[in-house]
Design a protein around this ligand. Structure first.
Ligand code: NCD
Length: 353
Protein backbone atom coordinates (compact mmCIF):
# COMPACT_ATOMS: atom_id res chain seq x y z
CA UNK A 1 0.00 0.00 0.00
CA UNK A 2 1.44 3.39 -0.94
CA UNK A 3 1.58 5.86 1.87
CA UNK A 4 0.14 9.34 1.55
CA UNK A 5 3.13 10.98 3.20
CA UNK A 6 5.35 9.87 0.30
CA UNK A 7 3.26 11.99 -2.00
CA UNK A 8 3.19 15.20 0.00
CA UNK A 9 5.58 17.10 -2.19
CA UNK A 10 4.51 16.57 -5.77
CA UNK A 11 7.43 18.59 -6.99
CA UNK A 12 9.85 16.33 -5.20
CA UNK A 13 13.33 16.26 -6.66
CA UNK A 14 14.28 12.73 -7.67
CA UNK A 15 18.04 12.77 -7.27
CA UNK A 16 21.00 10.48 -6.70
CA UNK A 17 19.57 8.57 -3.76
CA UNK A 18 16.13 8.96 -5.16
CA UNK A 19 13.15 6.98 -4.10
CA UNK A 20 10.88 6.78 -7.08
CA UNK A 21 8.40 4.56 -5.30
CA UNK A 22 5.15 6.39 -4.64
CA UNK A 23 6.22 9.60 -6.40
CA UNK A 24 4.45 11.61 -9.06
CA UNK A 25 6.30 12.29 -12.33
CA UNK A 26 5.07 15.74 -13.31
CA UNK A 27 7.97 17.81 -14.54
CA UNK A 28 11.51 17.46 -15.80
CA UNK A 29 12.66 19.77 -13.03
CA UNK A 30 12.20 16.84 -10.60
CA UNK A 31 14.96 14.86 -12.33
CA UNK A 32 18.72 15.19 -12.10
CA UNK A 33 21.18 13.27 -14.25
CA UNK A 34 21.31 10.27 -11.89
CA UNK A 35 17.55 10.01 -11.86
CA UNK A 36 17.40 10.16 -15.66
CA UNK A 37 20.10 7.51 -16.00
CA UNK A 38 18.27 5.26 -13.55
CA UNK A 39 15.07 5.51 -15.61
CA UNK A 40 16.97 4.71 -18.82
CA UNK A 41 18.69 1.70 -17.16
CA UNK A 42 15.35 0.29 -16.06
CA UNK A 43 13.97 0.95 -19.57
CA UNK A 44 16.75 -1.29 -20.94
CA UNK A 45 15.53 -4.11 -18.66
CA UNK A 46 12.18 -4.00 -20.48
CA UNK A 47 13.59 -5.10 -23.81
CA UNK A 48 12.63 -8.84 -23.59
CA UNK A 49 9.02 -7.98 -22.78
CA UNK A 50 8.61 -5.32 -25.45
CA UNK A 51 10.27 -7.66 -27.98
CA UNK A 52 7.86 -10.44 -26.84
CA UNK A 53 10.76 -12.75 -25.96
CA UNK A 54 9.33 -13.20 -22.46
CA UNK A 55 6.25 -12.01 -20.66
CA UNK A 56 6.21 -10.39 -17.23
CA UNK A 57 3.35 -10.42 -14.68
CA UNK A 58 4.95 -8.27 -11.98
CA UNK A 59 1.94 -5.88 -11.92
CA UNK A 60 -0.67 -8.68 -11.94
CA UNK A 61 -3.79 -7.23 -10.29
CA UNK A 62 -2.65 -3.58 -10.41
CA UNK A 63 -4.84 -1.00 -12.17
CA UNK A 64 -3.79 2.01 -14.27
CA UNK A 65 -6.30 4.86 -14.70
CA UNK A 66 -5.36 6.26 -18.11
CA UNK A 67 -7.06 9.67 -18.24
CA UNK A 68 -6.74 11.42 -21.58
CA UNK A 69 -8.64 14.69 -21.87
CA UNK A 70 -6.88 15.69 -25.13
CA UNK A 71 -6.34 13.79 -28.40
CA UNK A 72 -3.62 11.15 -28.32
CA UNK A 73 -2.64 7.96 -30.12
CA UNK A 74 0.93 7.06 -29.16
CA UNK A 75 1.07 8.38 -25.63
CA UNK A 76 -2.24 6.89 -24.53
CA UNK A 77 -1.78 3.52 -26.19
CA UNK A 78 1.84 3.22 -25.12
CA UNK A 79 1.00 3.99 -21.46
CA UNK A 80 -1.70 1.30 -21.67
CA UNK A 81 0.53 -1.18 -23.49
CA UNK A 82 3.37 -0.56 -21.04
CA UNK A 83 1.10 -1.36 -18.10
CA UNK A 84 -0.35 -4.44 -19.83
CA UNK A 85 3.12 -5.74 -20.68
CA UNK A 86 3.92 -5.73 -16.96
CA UNK A 87 0.75 -7.71 -16.27
CA UNK A 88 -1.50 -4.86 -15.08
CA UNK A 89 -5.02 -3.81 -16.09
CA UNK A 90 -5.94 -0.51 -17.75
CA UNK A 91 -9.10 1.57 -17.34
CA UNK A 92 -9.49 4.66 -19.51
CA UNK A 93 -11.35 7.91 -19.95
CA UNK A 94 -10.95 9.55 -23.32
CA UNK A 95 -12.04 13.15 -23.98
CA UNK A 96 -13.50 15.76 -21.68
CA UNK A 97 -17.14 15.35 -22.73
CA UNK A 98 -17.37 11.73 -21.55
CA UNK A 99 -15.97 12.40 -18.07
CA UNK A 100 -17.49 14.07 -15.00
CA UNK A 101 -15.19 17.08 -15.54
CA UNK A 102 -17.84 18.08 -18.10
CA UNK A 103 -20.36 18.20 -15.22
CA UNK A 104 -18.20 20.64 -13.28
CA UNK A 105 -16.31 18.18 -11.11
CA UNK A 106 -13.00 19.53 -9.81
CA UNK A 107 -9.70 17.81 -10.55
CA UNK A 108 -9.33 17.35 -6.77
CA UNK A 109 -12.58 15.36 -6.50
CA UNK A 110 -11.75 13.20 -9.52
CA UNK A 111 -8.30 12.53 -8.05
CA UNK A 112 -9.75 11.51 -4.68
CA UNK A 113 -12.14 9.07 -6.35
CA UNK A 114 -9.59 7.52 -8.72
CA UNK A 115 -7.19 7.04 -5.82
CA UNK A 116 -9.56 4.39 -4.48
CA UNK A 117 -9.98 2.65 -7.86
CA UNK A 118 -6.47 2.49 -9.27
CA UNK A 119 -2.80 2.17 -8.27
CA UNK A 120 -1.39 4.79 -10.63
CA UNK A 121 -2.74 7.48 -12.97
CA UNK A 122 -1.43 8.64 -16.35
CA UNK A 123 -3.05 11.89 -17.37
CA UNK A 124 -3.16 14.34 -20.28
CA UNK A 125 -5.11 17.58 -20.00
CA UNK A 126 -5.30 20.77 -22.13
CA UNK A 127 -4.40 23.20 -19.31
CA UNK A 128 -0.85 23.94 -18.17
CA UNK A 129 -0.47 22.92 -14.51
CA UNK A 130 -3.63 20.78 -14.50
CA UNK A 131 -1.86 17.46 -13.98
CA UNK A 132 0.01 18.88 -10.97
CA UNK A 133 -3.30 20.21 -9.63
CA UNK A 134 -4.82 16.75 -10.05
CA UNK A 135 -1.78 15.16 -8.37
CA UNK A 136 -2.25 17.41 -5.34
CA UNK A 137 -5.54 15.59 -4.70
CA UNK A 138 -4.25 12.13 -5.49
CA UNK A 139 -3.18 9.45 -3.03
CA UNK A 140 -1.57 7.41 -5.81
CA UNK A 141 1.29 8.35 -8.18
CA UNK A 142 0.35 10.51 -11.15
CA UNK A 143 2.38 10.60 -14.37
CA UNK A 144 2.07 13.64 -16.62
CA UNK A 145 1.19 12.64 -20.20
CA UNK A 146 1.16 16.29 -21.32
CA UNK A 147 -0.40 19.35 -19.64
CA UNK A 148 -1.37 21.84 -22.33
CA UNK A 149 1.60 23.70 -23.80
CA UNK A 150 3.62 23.24 -20.62
CA UNK A 151 5.43 19.89 -20.33
CA UNK A 152 5.54 16.32 -21.60
CA UNK A 153 8.17 14.66 -19.41
CA UNK A 154 7.68 11.05 -20.56
CA UNK A 155 8.13 12.11 -24.19
CA UNK A 156 11.39 13.83 -23.25
CA UNK A 157 12.59 10.66 -21.52
CA UNK A 158 11.81 8.51 -24.55
CA UNK A 159 13.46 11.14 -26.75
CA UNK A 160 16.68 11.08 -24.77
CA UNK A 161 16.61 7.28 -24.70
CA UNK A 162 16.30 7.40 -28.50
CA UNK A 163 19.10 9.97 -28.86
CA UNK A 164 21.52 7.79 -26.87
CA UNK A 165 20.52 4.69 -28.84
CA UNK A 166 20.86 6.47 -32.18
CA UNK A 167 24.27 7.91 -31.31
CA UNK A 168 25.36 4.42 -30.34
CA UNK A 169 23.96 3.01 -33.62
CA UNK A 170 26.09 5.42 -35.66
CA UNK A 171 29.11 4.99 -33.34
CA UNK A 172 29.10 8.56 -32.06
CA UNK A 173 29.79 9.52 -28.45
CA UNK A 174 27.09 11.12 -26.32
CA UNK A 175 29.29 14.05 -25.26
CA UNK A 176 29.03 17.46 -26.97
CA UNK A 177 25.62 16.86 -28.48
CA UNK A 178 24.45 19.36 -31.10
CA UNK A 179 20.69 19.48 -31.50
CA UNK A 180 18.41 21.72 -33.54
CA UNK A 181 14.76 21.95 -32.56
CA UNK A 182 12.44 23.49 -35.08
CA UNK A 183 8.82 24.47 -35.59
CA UNK A 184 6.41 25.59 -32.89
CA UNK A 185 8.78 25.96 -29.96
CA UNK A 186 6.39 28.25 -28.11
CA UNK A 187 3.50 25.81 -27.79
CA UNK A 188 5.32 22.49 -28.22
CA UNK A 189 5.49 20.90 -24.79
CA UNK A 190 7.82 18.14 -26.02
CA UNK A 191 10.61 20.61 -26.82
CA UNK A 192 10.15 22.38 -23.48
CA UNK A 193 10.66 19.12 -21.61
CA UNK A 194 13.41 17.77 -23.88
CA UNK A 195 15.48 20.97 -23.66
CA UNK A 196 15.28 20.98 -19.87
CA UNK A 197 16.14 17.29 -19.73
CA UNK A 198 19.20 17.65 -22.00
CA UNK A 199 20.39 20.53 -19.84
CA UNK A 200 21.44 18.15 -17.04
CA UNK A 201 24.00 16.58 -19.42
CA UNK A 202 27.30 18.37 -20.16
CA UNK A 203 28.14 20.45 -23.25
CA UNK A 204 24.92 20.48 -25.21
CA UNK A 205 24.70 22.94 -28.09
CA UNK A 206 21.13 23.97 -28.85
CA UNK A 207 19.85 25.64 -32.04
CA UNK A 208 16.27 26.82 -31.84
CA UNK A 209 14.69 27.40 -35.25
CA UNK A 210 11.28 29.07 -35.20
CA UNK A 211 9.43 32.12 -36.46
CA UNK A 212 9.75 34.93 -33.88
CA UNK A 213 6.13 34.54 -32.82
CA UNK A 214 6.71 30.85 -31.97
CA UNK A 215 10.11 31.16 -30.28
CA UNK A 216 11.25 29.02 -27.35
CA UNK A 217 9.87 30.52 -24.09
CA UNK A 218 12.22 32.55 -21.89
CA UNK A 219 11.61 30.16 -19.00
CA UNK A 220 13.19 27.30 -20.98
CA UNK A 221 16.04 29.48 -22.29
CA UNK A 222 16.80 30.41 -18.69
CA UNK A 223 17.42 26.74 -17.88
CA UNK A 224 19.94 26.49 -20.77
CA UNK A 225 21.59 29.59 -19.37
CA UNK A 226 21.72 28.22 -15.84
CA UNK A 227 23.59 25.13 -17.09
CA UNK A 228 25.85 27.23 -19.37
CA UNK A 229 24.89 25.55 -22.62
CA UNK A 230 25.45 27.27 -25.97
CA UNK A 231 22.22 28.45 -27.58
CA UNK A 232 21.68 29.77 -31.12
CA UNK A 233 18.32 31.25 -32.02
CA UNK A 234 17.38 31.63 -35.68
CA UNK A 235 14.36 31.76 -37.94
CA UNK A 236 16.30 30.33 -40.90
CA UNK A 237 15.75 26.64 -41.62
CA UNK A 238 18.95 26.33 -43.69
CA UNK A 239 21.06 27.81 -40.87
CA UNK A 240 19.51 25.35 -38.46
CA UNK A 241 20.11 22.21 -40.47
CA UNK A 242 23.86 22.06 -40.85
CA UNK A 243 26.40 20.82 -38.29
CA UNK A 244 23.87 19.02 -36.13
CA UNK A 245 23.83 15.54 -34.60
CA UNK A 246 20.06 15.62 -34.16
CA UNK A 247 17.28 17.58 -35.83
CA UNK A 248 14.05 17.54 -33.85
CA UNK A 249 11.16 18.67 -36.01
CA UNK A 250 7.82 19.61 -34.44
CA UNK A 251 4.25 20.23 -35.53
CA UNK A 252 2.61 23.67 -35.47
CA UNK A 253 0.29 23.15 -32.49
CA UNK A 254 -2.79 24.42 -34.30
CA UNK A 255 -5.10 23.53 -31.40
CA UNK A 256 -3.33 26.14 -29.22
CA UNK A 257 -3.96 29.08 -31.58
CA UNK A 258 -6.89 31.47 -31.27
CA UNK A 259 -7.92 30.78 -34.87
CA UNK A 260 -7.04 28.27 -37.56
CA UNK A 261 -6.10 31.23 -39.77
CA UNK A 262 -3.38 32.22 -37.35
CA UNK A 263 -2.00 28.66 -37.20
CA UNK A 264 -2.04 28.49 -40.99
CA UNK A 265 0.39 31.43 -41.12
CA UNK A 266 3.04 29.04 -39.82
CA UNK A 267 2.04 25.58 -41.08
CA UNK A 268 4.41 24.49 -43.84
CA UNK A 269 6.94 27.23 -43.10
CA UNK A 270 9.68 24.81 -42.06
CA UNK A 271 9.66 21.67 -44.12
CA UNK A 272 12.24 18.97 -44.15
CA UNK A 273 12.52 16.58 -47.08
CA UNK A 274 15.16 14.23 -48.42
CA UNK A 275 16.70 16.71 -50.87
CA UNK A 276 17.03 19.37 -48.11
CA UNK A 277 18.55 16.72 -45.88
CA UNK A 278 21.13 15.79 -48.53
CA UNK A 279 21.92 19.43 -49.30
CA UNK A 280 22.26 20.88 -45.80
CA UNK A 281 22.67 18.17 -43.16
CA UNK A 282 25.88 16.46 -42.07
CA UNK A 283 26.00 12.76 -43.00
CA UNK A 284 24.18 10.63 -40.44
CA UNK A 285 22.23 13.50 -38.90
CA UNK A 286 19.48 11.90 -36.85
CA UNK A 287 15.95 13.08 -37.60
CA UNK A 288 13.39 13.03 -34.81
CA UNK A 289 9.79 14.16 -34.37
CA UNK A 290 7.50 13.39 -31.43
CA UNK A 291 4.70 12.59 -33.91
CA UNK A 292 2.08 13.03 -35.16
CA UNK A 293 3.68 14.71 -38.18
CA UNK A 294 1.18 16.85 -40.04
CA UNK A 295 1.31 15.23 -43.49
CA UNK A 296 -1.43 17.33 -45.05
CA UNK A 297 -0.05 19.05 -48.19
CA UNK A 298 -0.19 22.58 -46.73
CA UNK A 299 1.94 21.52 -43.76
CA UNK A 300 3.98 18.45 -44.74
CA UNK A 301 6.62 19.37 -42.15
CA UNK A 302 8.54 16.08 -42.43
CA UNK A 303 8.14 14.65 -45.88
CA UNK A 304 7.41 10.95 -46.31
CA UNK A 305 10.13 10.86 -48.98
CA UNK A 306 12.42 10.50 -45.94
CA UNK A 307 10.79 7.25 -44.84
CA UNK A 308 13.65 5.13 -46.20
CA UNK A 309 16.34 7.36 -44.69
CA UNK A 310 18.05 5.10 -42.11
CA UNK A 311 18.57 8.10 -39.82
CA UNK A 312 14.86 8.85 -39.57
CA UNK A 313 14.30 7.75 -35.97
CA UNK A 314 10.62 8.71 -35.57
CA UNK A 315 9.22 5.20 -35.34
CA UNK A 316 12.04 4.03 -33.09
CA UNK A 317 11.09 6.92 -30.77
CA UNK A 318 7.52 5.64 -30.62
CA UNK A 319 8.74 2.07 -30.02
CA UNK A 320 11.06 3.13 -27.18
CA UNK A 321 8.18 5.01 -25.57
CA UNK A 322 6.73 1.72 -24.33
CA UNK A 323 9.98 0.70 -22.62
CA UNK A 324 10.41 4.08 -20.96
CA UNK A 325 6.82 4.13 -19.68
CA UNK A 326 7.22 0.56 -18.40
CA UNK A 327 10.31 1.75 -16.53
CA UNK A 328 8.38 4.62 -14.92
CA UNK A 329 5.55 2.33 -13.82
CA UNK A 330 8.02 -0.19 -12.41
CA UNK A 331 9.88 2.55 -10.51
CA UNK A 332 6.90 4.41 -9.05
CA UNK A 333 5.27 1.12 -8.05
CA UNK A 334 8.55 -0.20 -6.61
CA UNK A 335 8.91 -3.41 -8.66
CA UNK A 336 11.95 -2.61 -10.79
CA UNK A 337 14.08 -5.22 -8.97
CA UNK A 338 11.45 -7.96 -9.15
CA UNK A 339 10.88 -8.25 -12.91
CA UNK A 340 12.72 -11.54 -13.45
CA UNK A 341 10.79 -13.28 -10.64
CA UNK A 342 7.58 -12.74 -12.58
CA UNK A 343 8.72 -13.83 -16.05
CA UNK A 344 7.10 -16.56 -18.11
CA UNK A 345 7.77 -17.77 -21.65
CA UNK A 346 5.72 -16.24 -24.45
CA UNK A 347 3.18 -18.75 -25.80
CA UNK A 348 1.87 -16.88 -28.84
CA UNK A 349 3.39 -16.37 -32.26
CA UNK A 350 5.12 -13.00 -32.59
CA UNK A 351 6.94 -11.30 -35.42
CA UNK A 352 8.43 -8.68 -33.10
CA UNK A 353 12.15 -8.10 -33.18
C1 NCD B 1 3.07 15.44 -28.94
C2 NCD B 1 2.17 16.06 -27.90
O1 NCD B 1 1.04 15.59 -27.67
O2 NCD B 1 2.63 17.01 -27.29
N1 NCD B 1 2.66 14.16 -29.32
C3 NCD B 1 3.04 13.08 -28.56
O3 NCD B 1 2.67 12.97 -27.41
N2 NCD B 1 3.89 12.19 -29.09
C4 NCD B 1 3.40 16.33 -30.09
C5 NCD B 1 2.28 16.94 -30.89
O4 NCD B 1 1.10 16.71 -30.64
O5 NCD B 1 2.61 17.69 -31.81
Amino acid sequence: MLELRQLKSHNKHLGARMVFQGQHILSIDQLDRDAVERILQVADLMHPYVAREKSCRVLEGAVLANMFFEPSTRTRISFGTAFNLLGGHVRETVGMSTSSLAKGESLYDTAQVLSTYADVVAMRHPQAGSVAEFAAGSKIPVINGGDGPNEHPTQALLDIYTIFNELNRIHKGTENLRIAMMGDLKNGRTVHSLTQLLCVFPNVEFTFVAPNALAMPEKVLAVCDKYNHRVTITDSLDDGLHSQDVIYQTRIQEERFETQREADLYRGKYRLNQSGYEKFCDPNTIIMHPLPRDSRPEANELSDDMNDNPNLAIFRQAYFGVKVRMALFALVLGVEDKLSQFETPVAWHSNKI
